[in-house]
Design a protein around this ligand. Structure first.
Ligand SMILES: [Zn+2]
Length: 313
């Protein structure tokens, strides 16, 4: 590639969160992640217009994973492109694009048993209805290892980096090591102050792979994740900050793994605490955030260690 492809962040607000999408200004323009239902019209279109581009021109919708705040706007964006954009997602998260119900089923399978909120299922159902713009069949299913051509000499390679979800991927603009990872690099978490991942071993392996093999020169995150000192990283990191974010993510995973292993070998203990049955782990880690606030990464992550250590590994 003779010159670097320009990348623009596109921000859409949602409650406590800023939802971040990125515009890759290639001959066939791409948008990485889509926010929620309102994001394409309210967050993306005005910024693209200011850049002298239009949302109709977008030819690629690249989804880093299946969470609602990343794919909720996919159907709306696809409609705004005249249904011409390719919609790309990993096959392990594709059910989350095809079905609103799949999001509720995820909640029921893991978080509900810890949150014990009698209105939880109704709330999850209402949220999926409101923030997912439509159920959609992806046009390109990936597994990692693919190369997508965005026109001219611009290519994007796809790398499977599971852990946060089973179908999390990194998109890498080849030749300039611009790397989009969605939520796969959690550092100390975003608004909830705790990193969220479903599979601890896969999360660690993916962080190591990003550090040693991908070695981002520019790293684009799905949220302004916090550093160890509580200060948020931005969502566009240079090479040095990328290394720091990966190192801090790995360090914290190690601490959580150690605490979980020590605690879980004796089995779970139910207590009156909101952190129950992982109160001891929260104390050990000094975690004082509200674990019941959605998307409750504390319970998602500790459930992963519970599953892992119960399996005897
Ligand atoms: Zn996510």
């Amino acid at each position: 590639m003779t010159h670097e492809v320009t990348i623009h962040p596109l921000v859409s607000p949602w409650g406590r969160f800023g939802l971040y999408s990125f515009f890759i200004d290639a001959p066939e323009p791409a948008v990485v992640d889509t926010g929620i239902a309102s994001s394409p019209a309210e967050g993306m279109a005005p910024v693209l217009e200011k850049l002298g581009r239009s949302i109709e021109e977008v030819r690629w919708i690249l989804l880093t994973h299946g969470h609602i705040d990343h794919l909720g706007g996919a159907h709306a964006l696809w409609e705004l492109t005249g249904r011409r954009a390719q919609v790309v997602i990993h096959e392990a998260d594709a059910h989350l694009l095809r079905s609103r119900r799949a999001h509720v089923e995820n909640y029921v399978a893991v978080r509900r048993q810890y949150l014990r909120d009698p209105n939880g299922v109704a709330e999850q159902t209402a949220t999926a209805q409101a923030v997912i713009s439509g159920e959609l069949e992806p046009t390109v299913l990936v597994r990692g290892g693919e190369t997508l051509s965005l026109g001219g000499d611009v290519t994007v390679s796809v790398h499977h980096i599971p852990g946060h979800t089973a179908g999390s991927v990194a998109y890498v603009v080849d030749g300039q090591r611009s790397v989009f990872v969605g939520d796969a690099v959690q550092v100390h978490g975003a608004a909830n102050g705790f990193p969220g991942y479903e599979d601890p071993d896969a999360y660690r392996a993916s962080l190591t792979y990003l550090r040693d093999e991908i070695r981002p020169r520019h790293l684009y995150l799905g949220h302004p994740y916090r550093s160890a000192d509580g200060k948020p990283f931005g969502v566009e990191l240079n090479a040095e900050d990328s290394r720091r974010a990966l190192r801090e993510s790995l360090d914290l995973e190690q601490r959580i793994a150690d605490a979980s292993r020590r605690y879980l070998r004796d089995g779970l203990r139910e207590t009156d605490s909101v952190y129950s049955p992982f109160e001891w782990v929260a104390n050990e880690l000094g975690y004082t955030g509200d674990p019941t606030r959605e998307p409750s990464p504390f319970f998602t992550t500790l459930h992963g260690y519970r599953t892992r250590f119960a399996a005897g590994s």
